[in-house]
Design a protein. Structure first.
Length: 86
């Protein structure tokens, strides 16, 4: 059950990113979708959706890899307690 919930949590940002890519593609072909009054606004919303969706997925992967210790040293979290003591 937990894997299904995790899959759904990752599916929602993927769908948002896909919708954003579709809005940007439609703008390039001059197709105006119904909720948007202008093409530039449709492209802007598509860009925002894409950034949010891809960013959420990338953040999830970074968090998971940090937890397992599979990231490069520059992506590891700094230990704040050591910095305060020094």
């Amino acid at each position: 059950m937990a894997r299904l919930i995790a899959f759904i949590i990752l599916l929602i940002p993927a769908l948002i990113a896909g919708a954003g890519i579709k809005f940007m593609r439609d703008t390039l072909y001059g197709i105006l979708n119904s909720p948007f009054p202008w093409l530039w606004f449709q492209f802007l919303i598509g860009l925002i959706f894409s950034i949010i969706g891809i960013g959420f997925f990338a953040g999830y992967l970074l968090h998971r890899d940090r937890k397992r210790g599979r990231v490069a040293p520059r992506f590891q979290k700094k230990d704040e307690t050591k910095e305060i003591k020094q």
